[in-house]
Write a protein that binds this ligand. Structure first.
Ligand SMILES: Cc1cc2nc3c(=O)[nH]c(=O)nc-3n(C[C@H](O)[C@H](O)[C@H](O)COP(=O)(O)OP(=O)(O)OC[C@H]3O[C@@H](n4cnc5c(N)ncnc54)[C@H](O)[C@@H]3O)c2cc1C
Length: 382
């Protein structure tokens, strides 16, 4: 039975899902182990993804992309993450932050910054988190001070995908000190070759090693006035809206990873013998596999329902948080169970199940840690 079957996927997203599946089988899965081991940035796979028209294509047709909608990006995510989460993250982050420029940016910004990303000549990133603050979006301390003709950014960002590799980033910085702490932030387009921008990779990670995050130090980094995205003071609200879309896709990261864990566990138990039979014949093993399926199917149904709700902007924050939390936690549960079913072989680092086990630790954190999602669910359900 096809775990990621397309019956739950809206019809318009099915063909790109199939393309993503074929691409993942040919380019992502076969390279997963090598890039995990080396921890190198998977430029070759990224370029192949660009050639296949599967990178940065959520950008609208008027700026050179294909205008893929949320359902299409979610469909791609499920397929890519099943094949390998590290490479998948690199492919999907190549246009990170662009959505906000597309929705709130000026025509000039879209021409100058979105088009090269959509045409795969440049890659982008999003710089929000800081060394001392991650969850509290209204507590970030990197500041953008108004100067003649623009702003000077000073401070640090941490965990930023493509901080070293990107051509430009959307950066979230403090521009005010008012009592309403949510209205003190602004988004800026920052070119990574600007004076006062220095980035280096963060230390090696235990999972998703084929994706690269960086630590940025801004030292009076000048950004011209015309690079403000949206309005001064509106950054928090733009970001919150953006995260609703992102969390649906991160749910897809969890679904892909959960599918990988289930596939791997099912294959293993049907080939492994103990007590004169294959281990899948033991009822305890069957029940474990059934529990994995129950979790997976519940998460997938919820995630696709939430996708529709967020696309229609109906209680988007609530549905996005539900989907992100459920799907990423089902992934951790399936990985844990998959490890158990592999016995001693689970801990061999070259096993796919071991890679999945390491990778599932990550989507429960990024795009807002799951405890933060629970805060949002409670608040928005009242
Ligand atoms: C692989 C990876 C890629 C990333 N990519 C990016 C990127 O491209 N750009 C970017 O800006 N950031 C990125 N991040 C950062 C990510 O968004 C943050 O790590 C995340 O928001 C959590 O922030 P933190 O690590 O500072 O945790 P903290 O905020 O320090 O929280 C630690 C823990 O405390 C608990 N906690 C904190 N506050 C609350 C609360 N109010 N209620 C309940 N519990 C709470 C939670 O359990 C939480 O997990 C990435 C992170 C990772 C791991």
């Amino acid at each position: 039975m096809d775990l990621l079957d397309d019956s739950v996927v809206p019809e318009h997203a099915r063909s790109v899902k199939q393309e993503a599946r074929e691409f993942a089988a040919e380019h992502i899965a076969p390279n997963a182990e090598e890039y995990y081991d080396s921890g190198d940035y998977p430029w070759e796979v990224l370029e192949a993804g660009m050639d296949a028209g599967l990178v940065a294509q959520d950008i609208g047709e008027e700026y050179g992309g294909k205008g893929y909608d949320l359902a299409q990006i979610l469909a791609i995510a499920e397929e890519f993450y099943r094949a390998d989460a590290g490479i998948a993250l690199t492919l999907q982050l190549a246009s990170f932050g662009c959505e906000m420029v597309e929705q709130y940016g000026t025509d000039e910004q879209k021409e100058e910054y979105l088009r090269p990303v959509a045409e795969n000549d440049q890659i982008s990133g999003l710089g929000v988190s800081e060394p001392e603050t991650g969850s509290d979006l209204a507590g970030m301390t990197t500041t953008a001070e108004k100067v003649d003709g623009g702003y000077e950014i000073t401070g640090e960002k941490y965990w930023v995908g493509n901080a070293v590799e990107a051509d430009w980033l959307t950066v979230y910085a403090k521009t005010g000190d008012g009592d309403d702490r949510y209205s003190n932030y602004t988004l800026f387009i920052v070119e990574t070759d600007s004076d006062g921008y220095e980035a280096e990779h963060i230390p090696e990670k235990m999972g998703m090693r084929a994706s690269k995050q960086g630590h940025i130090v801004f030292d009076d980094c000048f950004v011209p006035e015309e690079n403000v995205v949206g309005s001064e003071g509106g950054g928090f609200y733009v970001l919150a809206d953006f995260f609703n879309h992102g969390r649906i896709v991160v749910g897809g990261h969890g679904l892909g990873l959960a599918a990988a864990a289930i596939e791997e566990a099912e294959e293993f138990v049907h080939g492994r013998n103990a007590f004169g039979r294959t281990v899948n014949e033991f009822q305890a093993v069957q029940h474990t596999l059934s529990d994995m399926r129950i979790g997976f199917e519940s998460a997938r149904a919820l995630n696709w329902r939430a996708c529709e709700k967020v696309a229609d902007n109906e209680d988007a924050g609530y549905w996005a948080a539900l989907a992100k939390t459920k799907s990423t936690e089902v992934a951790t549960d399936c990985a844990e169970k998959g490890m158990k079913l592999h016995g001693g072989r689970s801990i061999l680092t070259d096993r796919r199940i071991a890679r999945v086990y390491r990778d599932v630790r990550i989507p429960v954190i990024y795009e807002g840690a799951n405890d933060i999602q629970r805060n949002l669910i409670y608040r928005q359900s009242r």
